[in-house]
Write a protein that binds this ligand. Structure first.
Ligand SMILES: [Zn+2]
Length: 183
C-alpha cells in the first residue's frame, strides 16, 4: 500500500492509506507518533487533502477532551508532591501556558508558581507527571545539581520521560529545545 507522508500543522507525520475495500468511509487513528488516515482508493487528491484536515481536527478535538485542565493539573501536582516529595512542595499555582515553546516547564519559586507548556498536552501521562514533578522539585532545590536529581530519582519513570522528551525534540528538529530544563 503506497503511503504519502504529509506534514500537518501540528508537525505530526500523517500517513494516508488508500483502501480499495472502502467505499465512502474515512477513519483516522494514532499509531505511535504518526497519524494514519484511511480513505477510499478512489478519492481525488483534493478530497484527500480535505478529509485529512477534517480527520486531524476531529482527533485533536477528541484528545483535548481527555486532557487535564488547570484545576486537574493543580490536583495532580498536589498528589505528586505527596507521593514523591513528602508533600513538601506546595505550589501556589499550577497552570498551562501557550507562550512557552522552548521549555517544557518553568517555575518561580518566590511565587510558588509552576507553568507547563501546552506542547505537553496529549503526551503520555507519565511524561506530564515527570515535568510537573521536575518543577515541583525546583520549589525545593534550584538548579540541576546532585541534590536536585536525587529528588527526581524516586520517580520511577524519570529516565523514560526524559528519553521521550528528547525524542520529541529530535523529531521536531528543534536542536535548542532542552528536555525539561528550565534555566
Ligand atoms: Zn529544571
Amino acid at each position: 500500500m503506497p503511503a504519502d507522508p504529509l506534514n500537518s500543522t501540528s508537525q505530526q507525520a500523517v500517513e494516508v492509506r488508500r483502501s480499495a475495500r472502502r467505499r465512502r468511509t474515512v477513519s483516522a487513528y494514532r499509531e505511535g507518533d504518526r497519524t494514519v488516515v484511511m480513505i477510499p482508493a478512489r478519492m481525488s487528491p483534493d478530497e484527500e487533502q480535505r478529509w485529512v484536515g477534517v480527520m486531524l481536527d476531529k482527533l485533536a478535538a477528541q484528545e483535548s477532551k481527555r486532557l487535564l485542565g488547570d484545576s486537574e493539573l493543580a490536583a495532580r501536582a498536589a498528589q505528586l508532591s505527596e507521593q514523591y516529595l513528602e508533600g513538601r512542595a506546595q505550589p501556589a499555582s499550577v497552570r498551562w501556558v501557550t507562550n512557552q515553546n522552548t521549555r517544557w516547564g518553568s517555575c518561580t519559586p518566590a511565587e510558588g508558581s509552576i507553568r507547563l507548556s501546552h506542547r505537553l498536552r496529549g503526551m503520555p501521562e507519565y511524561v506530564v507527571d515527570y515535568v510537573l514533578l521536575h518543577e515541583l522539585a525546583h520549589l525545593l532545590v534550584p538548579g540541576h545539581g546532585p541534590r536536585f536529581w536525587q529528588l527526581l530519582d524516586v520517580y520511577p519513570r524519570t529516565e523514560r520521560a526524559r528519553g521521550f522528551l528528547e525524542g520529541v525534540v529530535a523529531a521536531d528538529r528543534l536542536p535548542h529545545l532542552p528536555a525539561a530544563r528550565d534555566e
